[in-house]
Design a protein. Structure first.
Lengths: 288, 147
């Protein structure tokens, strides 16, 4: 333990505070936080809450870069607090502020609701006519590996809002949807299981579409999951332009269906392991 | 449910200019917008100046005399610089926006590489070309014409 303490170094966490009940505008408050090697910013915030000021507020959940709750501005750049080691981005003073381009609810808590509303407006779900099969699936829809690769990168988005905070277009434009909703819009636009290309193209040709993006590229630079929203937005423009001038692949004339019964595998292929035995009596699947 | 007071935290125009420790593409984005507005402003002024010719010969000559001199020569050169940058950067953006310089979607494997890495060599080439055009223009504006 003594060796561990020797490795501790005091950092100043300069945290932007705002209490809607008593403050008219945000201000900065300094906290001295002892940080060891490997300590992430979120650990530092917990240290402040437990030892220095229990009123400090932020949003976090999984602590492992999966839930996307703890996006914040660290030394001027959007990061996940649980994913960023203090010593990697600071030598002595660490500026901690809520994500810009979102209203501040309290301290480090941004209001993500407008972003999620824009996400909802872009119909970010599979839309098909065979509702019965969607609700009560009898088998899986058939996709080539290339079809999967076309959208898989963009499906890793955790909706943390870091890209929205980094976007200079959003800084002056409320109507533009922003990188996260548009990336998810593209993810469904090119999904071969989707049957609503025409409706999506019409929606995206308006001012909420991708046209106000001019590739500052910061959304891709700050994305903690490597989703590359800037790429998705440019590819979306290409799809829409190609569709307008009737060039390129004619996508989604009809969404893919189920694999025909005669083509489905009826026997287990050689080398594929059997499913594990049920561990609980009465279970209907090994995972139960 | 009572409305919760929130503090507006939009960056506004500051979001364009406070680049901080960001990538070169963000600065090009801002410069592209600023040069675009500059060229537009020049275009409007140009229309007003040349429109005087349709009013009278004397007004035209008086206006042309008013916009000659070193100050306006430098101003015109700055418009040329803005044009050279805007045109070549615009070409890069057009290729990016048609998905030519972004590359296809790929599995994100850490350390992540994005479309920024794909287009960056082209960005460097375009900026070198823009610099060459700007230098050649400078020679023509200030040296070859004897100003």
């Amino acid at each position: 333990m003594s060796n561990e303490n020797e490795k501790l170094q005091n950092f100043i966490f300069r945290v932007r505070r705002f209490d809607p009940g008593k403050d008219s505008e945000p201000y900065y408050e300094d906290f001295v936080v002892p940080c060891g090697p490997g300590m992430v910013v979120l650990d530092g915030l917990w240290y402040i809450k437990e030892h220095l000021d229990p009123t400090l507020s932020w949003r976090s959940s999984c602590r492992m870069g999966v839930c996307g709750s703890c996006g914040m501005l660290l030394n001027g750049k959007p990061h996940l607090a649980c994913h960023t080691q203090v010593r990697d981005i600071s030598k002595d003073i660490l500026l901690v502020a809520p994500l810009p381009n979102f209203n501040i609810v309290r301290d480090l808590v941004p209001d993500l609701a407008p972003m999620l509303e824009k996400h909802r407006k872009l119909n970010t779900r599979i839309i098909r006519e065979d509702i019965e099969e969607v609700l009560e699936p009898t088998d899986q829809y058939w996709q080539d590996p290339e079809d999967l690769t076309a959208y898989l990168q963009f499906a890793y988005c955790i909706k943390c809002g870091c890209c929205m905070a980094a976007c200079p277009t959003l800084a002056t434009d409320d109507v533009y949807s922003g990188p996260m909703p548009l990336t998810q819009g593209y993810r469904y636009l090119i999904d071969t299981r989707d049957g609503a290309f025409r409706e999506r193209a019409k929606l995206l040709s308006s001012e909420i579409g991708p046209w106000r993006c001019h590739y500052a590229g910061e959304c891709s630079a700050v994305c903690p999951k490597g989703v590359d929203p800037a790429r998705a937005i440019q590819l979306m423009k290409r799809e829409l332009v190609w569709d307008l001038v009737k060039l390129g692949k004619r996508r989604h004339q009809k969404p893919v269906g189920l694999l025909p019964k005669e083509n489905r595998a009826t026997e287990r292929r050689e080398g594929i392991a059997e499913a594990p035995e049920f561990t609980i009596e009465g279970a209907t699947s090994p995972a139960e | 449910m009572p409305e919760i007071k929130q503090y507006p935290n939009k960056l506004g125009l500051k979001g364009w200019v406070v680049g901080g420790k960001w990538g070169p593409e963000r600065y090009l984005y801002t410069l592209h917008r600023v040069t675009g507005l500059g060229i537009l402003l020049y275009f409007v002024m140009h229309i007003f100046v040349t429109a005087t010719r349709s009013i009278s010969q004397e007004l035209w000559e008086r206006t042309m005399a008013g916009v000659s001199g070193t100050f306006f020569l430098v101003g015109e050169y700055l418009v040329f610089v803005a044009f050279a940058f805007h045109a070549l950067n615009g070409l890069r953006l057009a290729l990016i926006e048609l998905g030519v310089l972004t590359g296809p979607a790929e599995e994100p494997i850490y350390p992540y590489k994005s479309s920024l890495n794909v287009q960056r060599p082209y960005m460097v080439v375009m900026m070198i070309l823009a610099a060459a055009v700007v230098l050649a223009g400078g020679y023509d504006f200030f040296i070859a014409t004897g100003h």
